[in-house]
Design a protein around this ligand. Structure first.
Ligand code: SAM
Ligand code: SF4
Length: 326
C-alpha cells in the first residue's frame, strides 16, 4: 500500500470500482440498447485479462476495496470464470461481485460457488416468457430462471435486479416480489436512468417513491433503518412484517447519491469514467499495456478528479450502460 487514495472531489474517496469486461452482449434490452446494438469496440482495444489484473493490483494499492465486474454480458467473454479465479487468488482481500443477465451462467454455477464471490446480481425484468423476449428482444426467460436456480444452489450471495419502467414491466412488480420470496433471493428495484436519449423517455420513468407507494398500499411493509456500513451502497430496504422478505429500492435518479458516491467506472477499453453519465474519460490502456504503474496511478487519479458534483451537471447523451458497465 502506498498510502494514496483516489480522490473524487467534494471529500469523496473512491473505494468501489465497476469495470466492464466486455461491451458485447447476447441480449438487446430495449431500455439499454438500440435494436441494432451499439458499435462494438475492436478486439484490439479491449483490455486483456492480464491488463485487468495489473489494474486491479494498482487499484487495491490506491485503497479500492470492492469491485464489480459487469458489461455488456460478462459471460459472453471467453475465459471469464478462470479470470475470476485468478483475481480471487491474486487479491483475496478484494471484495469481488459480478452482474449478469443470467442466461449463460448455468454451466458455471458450481465453479462460481467455489469462488465464493461477494455478490452475484442477476437482472430480471419480467416473469412472462413473451414479455421477457420482448424486453430483451432475443433472450429466453427459461435460461435465465435455470441460471438463477443453479446459482442459488451454490451461493447465498445471489440478488435480483429489476429496472421498473412504466407501461413496460411495472405490472410485474407483485409477481417479481413473489418469485424472489419463493426462490429466497433478495430483489432490488432500480429506477430507469436517462443514459441514452434514443431509448429513454420521461413518460416511462417510475420513481422509487412511486414503487414503494405501490408495495405499501396494502400495508405490511416496514422500512429498515439505514445501514451503518460505509460500503452498504445507496439502496433502501423494506421488510414484510409477515413473511420477513426484504425488498430493496435504488433511487439513482430521484434521490441521487452523488454527494456521497464512492464509485469509479472503467470501460472495457480501459477508460476511467468518473460517473455513469460521463461520456468520455482518461484512457488507461497505454499505461496498462506498458505495465507502467506510475503512469497508471497518475491517469486513474486525474480521471477520478473529473467526477462531476452531480450527474445532473452532465447532459443526457449517447451513453450506453452496456459499454460503460452498469
Ligand atoms: N448484461 C448484464 C446485465 O444485464 O445484468 C450486465 C450489464 S447491464 C448494463 C447492468 C445493469 O444495468 C442491468 O441490471 C440493467 O438492467 C441495468 N441498466 C441498463 N440500462 C439501464 C438504464 N437505462 N437505467 C437503469 N438501469 C439500466
Ligand atoms: Fe445486455 Fe445487460 Fe444491456 Fe440487457 S441490460 S442489453 S443484458 S448489457
Amino acid at each position: 500500500m502506498n498510502g494514496k487514495s483516489i480522490d473524487g472531489g467534494l471529500g469523496r474517496i473512491l473505494t468501489y470500482v465497476r469495470i466492464s469486461v466486455t461491451d458485447r452482449c447476447n441480449f438487446r434490452c430495449r431500455y439499454c440498447m438500440p435494436e441494432s446494438g451499439v458499435t462494438q469496440l475492436d478486439h484490439s482495444r479491449i483490455m486483456a485479462y492480464e491488463d485487468m489484473l495489473f489494474l486491479f493490483e494498482t487499484l487495491v494499492s490506491l485503497g479500492v476495496r470492492r469491485v464489480r465486474l459487469t458489461g455488456g454480458e460478462p459471460f459472453v467473454r471467453k475465459g471469464f470464470v478462470p479470470f475470476l479465479g485468478e483475481l480471487r487468488a491474486r487479491l483475496p482481500q478484494l471484495s469481488v461481485a459480478i452482474t449478469t443477465n443470467g442466461s449463460l451462467v448455468e454451466p458455471f454455477a458450481e465453479e462460481l460457488g467455489k469462488l465464493q464471490l461477494d455478490g452475484i446480481s442477476v437482472s430480471l425484468d419480467s416473469l412472462d416468457e413473451a414479455d421477457f423476449r420482448d424486453i430483451t428482444r432475443c433472450g429466453s426467460l427459461s435460461d435465465v430462471l435455470s441460471g438463477i436456480r443453479a446459482l442459488r444452489k451454490y451461493s447465498d450471495k445471489v440478488k435480483l435486479n429489476t429496472v421498473l419502467i412504466k407501461g413496460f414491466n411495472d405490472h410485474q412488480l407483485g409477481d417479481l416480489i413473489d418469485f424472489a420470496r419463493s426462490e429466497r433471493v433478495l430483489l432490488r428495484f432500480i429506477e430507469f436512468m436517462p443514459l441514452d436519449s434514443s431509448v429513454w423517455f420521461q413518460d416511462s420513468f417510475l420513481s422509487v417513491d412511486h414503487m414503494i407507494g405501490r408495495i405499501s398500499d396494502g400495508g405490511g411493509w416496514t422500512r429498515e433503518g439505514p445501514s451503518l456500513s460505509p460500503d452498504s451502497g445507496p439502496s433502501v430496504y423494506y421488510r414484510n412484517d409477515k413473511t420477513g422478505q426484504r425488498v430493496g429500492f435504488i433511487a439513482a435518479v430521484s434521490h441521487h447519491f452523488c454527494h456521497s458516491c464512492n464509485r469509479l467506472r472503467i470501460t472495457s477499453d480501459g477508460e476511467v469514467r468518473p460517473c455513469l453519465f460521463s461520456s468520455e474519460g482518461e484512457s488507461l490502456l497505454p499505461a496498462l499495456r506498458n505495465r507502467d504503474r506510475e503512469e497508471l496511478v497518475r491517469s486513474i487519479l486525474s480521471g477520478a478528479l473529473r467526477k462531476p458534483d452531480c450527474w445532473t451537471d452532465l447532459a443526457v447523451g449517447e451513453n450506453h450502460m452496456s459499454r460503460i458497465g452498469g
